[in-house]
Each structure stands twice: as structure tokens, then as C-alpha cells.
Design a protein around this ligand. Structure first.
Ligand SMILES: Cc1cc2nc3c(=O)[nH]c(=O)nc-3n(C[C@H](O)[C@H](O)[C@H](O)COP(=O)(O)OP(=O)(O)OC[C@H]3O[C@@H](n4cnc5c(N)ncnc54)[C@H](O)[C@@H]3O)c2cc1C
Length: 406
């Protein structure tokens, strides 16, 4: 399989155009803090992110391979890879890709594209792809995380509505408000497990919805909201795929988990931790010698650099398979997820070994890189479970490799 590519003269020309456009909208000298906590609503940086995201969206570049009729860019895989590889070079946070290519598109948008009725796609996809809608994923429950089929939230048909009751956990961040939830709930309690759930797109302002903050680990990426649905009336038009497909959510969740089916390209990786460490070792002496000359430090940094490159290639392969090759089955998606989660943790440990306990500090006197190393250190812990835990990713990898179903 040949998924890596070199610029043809036409692509090289396109790359120049993309760079010129990005220079205007996301200049190279623009930096945003690494810790999303520092990007507060109303601040210049926050407004800039929204503006830049919408500018990319208006261009069709938040989902550059998707059909133009729904607000996508209609580009080929190669052109889209050019766009994204240029976008990720812009100086923004490690989560910059997420900030600009939100999961509202990469996960829910893909589900809507695959499952939605024509009317639903036309109604919501264009504003989602323009980056105008923020949605939170309402899947996990107090007793249903990895075993998502154990959810208890119900959505029972009553005339032209579904009545939703239940509790969802670990949603969103404290600095943002969602316009919609993508919600899974049991629509047919008599149907067998996994064949009984529907996927809804629920406006967050419906009567009967309330929330409570869950202060878990520090940093917003490891906390979230608990959302309560108390006899919430959700009109049937918000059920993705329509009532005939009321119990079709499982397939789309699995597809998203296994291969991110039809997601727009998401190529990492500009790793801020690695950038900080490289900067630090090139300036800091220990025992009279620059750290960059220490063989152990050099070994560790070569290892982390290789891990970053493997992750980039895995992601490129995954995108190539789903977009260019249209191949949706395979172990490659879970392999990329498992490798990414494990590598992130190993990287954080390597940085700790090199920099020492200062990576655990946030206070101005001891912290490194304005406390950003602390953020870099804890995020992998949270991300090890986000979406699915490491163990469950491994299970999915084994099942995909052995072609075992659900
Ligand atoms: C940063 C972050 C953001 C999140 N954002 C969202 C969000 O926006 N929306 C949302 O709905 N959810 C969100 N989640 C929740 C996330 O999807 C769940 O944490 C995840 O599915 C794991 O569920 P759990 O936490 O209940 O752990 P559990 O499922 O209870 O797992 C506990 C432990 O048991 C292990 N385990 C469970 N089952 C098996 C098995 N079959 N075999 C081997 N080991 C197993 C797990 O690996 C883990 O170590 C988020 C989580 C995090 C950390």
C-alpha cells in the first residue's frame, strides 16, 4: 500500500496557495497556550480560535474531502493531506488540531454523514462543517463506560416525540457551552443488547436538561459535566436516521471506534512536549555538560521522535484507507489508537526522566515553560481512557485483527 505521497507539480502549486491563505488567516507568529484552561471565553485567543476555525470551515477545509453539497471541500485525499499538513505546522497548541478540527466534525459529523436522512444532512452538516456548532458527546454513564451497551438512559416514543430519561457523565469542558448533545439512548427496551439504541442530536436548551460539574483530575481535559435528562421531550426529527432506523446507532458507534469511518483527515503531530524538551536540553547544563550531549538523554529523545513519526504514519495510513481506498474494515484504526495512547504515556515518562520533578509543577517559581510541561505530563493519563481505555482499545484491535464482530 502506498499512502505516503510526494508533491506533484500541481500539488506543490496548491501547497503554495494553502500557505498564502493560512498566512492571512492563521499567521505563523500566533501562539495559543498549551493548556486550554488558559484560553478563556471572551479572551482574544479564544475569539481567534473560533474565528480561524470558521474561516477554515467557510473554505470547506474543516472537512476537505467531504462533498461540497454539505459544506465539505470536495478535495482529493492528496489535496486534503496538503491542507492539513500545512494547518498543523501553524504555531498553536498540541491540542491545536482538536481546537481547529473539532470532534463535532470528526466523530458526530461522520455519523451524520453515514446515518442521517438527506433532510438531516442538509439541515445540520453545513453549519457543523463551518465550525458554527459545538456539540458534546453524551455516551458514557455512571455505570456504562467501556461497556457502553450497558447504558440505562431511555428514549421512549410518545406521539411525535421521544421522552428521554437518564444521566450522562464526562462531557465537555468548563470553558465551553454546547449547542447540542449527540446522545445515545435505548429506544427499544425489548430489543437485544446493541440492537436497541438510537442516536439523537439534542438541542441543549430543551426543558428538563440540567448539569453538574464533575471536578476530577486537574485540567479540563480530565473533568467534565454530568448531564441529567428528566422527562425531556425530543422531537422525532432529532433522531439520526429517522424512526425507521431508531435502533441503528450501534453500527455507527462501532464504525467510528474502529476506523473513524469517513472522518476528515486528522494528521497529527506537532508535539509541544517534544519541542519544549529539545529546547531545554539544548540550553541546560548538568555536571558541566549540555544535556543534549548526554547519551541517555539523546537515546530517550530519539525514541520519542520515532514514536511521533510512527503515530503520524499510522494516522496517514488510516486516513488513506478510509478516504482514498474506501476500506473500512481492518485492525489499523485500533492499532493506531493503542499505539498512540501507550506512546503518549511513554513520552511523558521520558520527559520526566530528562527534566526531573519540575514537570509536575505549575507554580511560577519552579514550573517549566509556564507550567505547560505539567499539562503535557498529565494529559496522557486522561487521554488513556478518553474514547476508550487502553485495555479496551487492545481488545478492539484483537477483535478487528481476528475479524470477530461486536
Ligand atoms: C478525558 C476524557 C474525556 C471524556 N469525554 C467524554 C465525552 O465527551 N463523552 C462521553 O460520553 N464520555 C467521555 N469520556 C468517558 C470515556 O469514554 C470513558 O471514561 C471510557 O469509555 C471508560 O469508561 P469508564 O471510565 O467508565 O471506565 P470502565 O469502563 O469502568 O473501566 C474501568 C477499568 O476496567 C477496564 N476494563 C473495562 N472493561 C474491560 C474489559 N472488557 N476487558 C479488560 N479491561 C476492561 C478498563 O480498561 C479500565 O481500566 C471521557 C473520558 C475521559 C478520560
Amino acid at each position: 500500500m502506498d499512502f505516503e505521497f510526494r508533491d506533484t507539480p500541481k500539488l506543490a502549486e496548491f501547497r503554495k496557495e494553502v500557505r498564502a491563505w493560512l498566512d492571512l488567516h492563521i499567521p505563523m507568529d500566533f501562539e495559543i497556550p498549551d493548556n486550554p484552561h488558559d484560553i478563556l471565553p471572551g479572551s482574544t485567543k479564544y475569539e481567534f480560535i473560533l474565528k480561524a476555525r470558521r474561516a477554515l470551515g467557510a473554505k470547506g477545509w474543516l472537512a476537505s474531502t467531504w462533498p461540497k453539497e454539505y459544506g465539505g471541500g470536495g478535495l482529493s485525499f492528496e489535496e486534503a493531506a496538503v491542507v492539513e499538513s500545512e494547518v498543523v505546522k501553524r504555531p498553536w497548541s498540541r491540542f491545536g488540531v482538536g481546537d481547529f478540527f473539532p470532534s463535532t466534525i470528526t466523530t458526530f459529523g461522520a455519523q451524520l454523514l453515514n446515518l442521517g436522512t438527506e433532510e438531516q444532512k442538509k439541515r445540520w452538516l453545513p453549519s457543523i462543517l463551518r465550525g458554527e456548532i459545538i456539540r458534546w458527546q453524551a455516551y458514557s454513564e455512571p455505570d456504562a463506560g467501556s461497556d457502553i451497551a450497558a447504558i440505562k438512559t431511555t428514549a421512549l416514543r410518545d406521539g411525535d416525540d421521544y421522552i428521554v430519561n437518564g444521566t450522562k457523565v464526562f462531557l465537555g469542558t468548563q470553558y465551553d457551552n454546547a449547542d447540542y448533545f449527540s446522545l445515545i439512548a435505548i429506544t427499544d427496551p425489548k430489543a437485544p443488547r446493541r440492537r436497541n439504541v438510537g442516536l439523537f442530536f439534542v438541542p441543549t436548551n430543551l426543558q428538563g436538561i440540567s448539569k453538574a460539574w464533575l471536578p476530577l483530575m486537574r485540567n479540563c481535559h480530565s473533568s467534565g459535566w454530568q448531564i441529567f435528562f428528566d422527562n425531556v421531550r425530543v422531537p422525532v426529527e432529532y433522531l439520526i436516521g429517522g424512526h425507521e432506523n431508531a435502533t441503528n446507532a450501534w453500527r455507527s458507534m462501532r464504525e467510528t471506534a474502529v476506523h473513524g469511518a469517513n472522518r476528515p483527515i486528522v494528521i497529527p503531530i506537532r508535539d509541544r512536549g517534544q519541542e519544549f524538551v529539545l529546547d531545554y536540553v539544548s540550553k541546560t547544563k548538568r555536571d558541566g555538560q549540555l544535556l543534549s550531549q548526554d547519551p541517555d538523554v539523546r537515546d530517550a529523545l530519539v525514541e520519542t521522535e520515532i514514536q511521533l513519526e510512527v503515530r503520524r504514519i499510522f494516522a496517514l495510513r488510516q486516513d488513506w484507507m478510509t478516504i482514498a481506498d474506501k476500506r473500512l474494515e481492518g485492525y489499523e484504526g485500533p492499532q493506531s489508537a493503542v499505539y498512540g495512547k501507550v506512546a503518549e504515556e511513554e513520552q511523558a515518562n521520558a520527559y520526566f526522566d530528562i527534566l526531573g520533578p519540575a514537570v509536575l509543577m505549575k507554580d511560577p517559581e519552579w514550573a517549566l515553560y509556564e507550567g505547560n510541561m505539567e499539562y503535557q505530563h498529565f494529559v496522557p493519563v486522561a487521554m488513556a481512557s478518553a474514547g476508550m481505555t487502553q485495555e479496551v482499545s487492545k481488545m478492539l484491535l484483537a477483535r478487528s485483527a481476528c475479524k470477530v464482530g461486536d
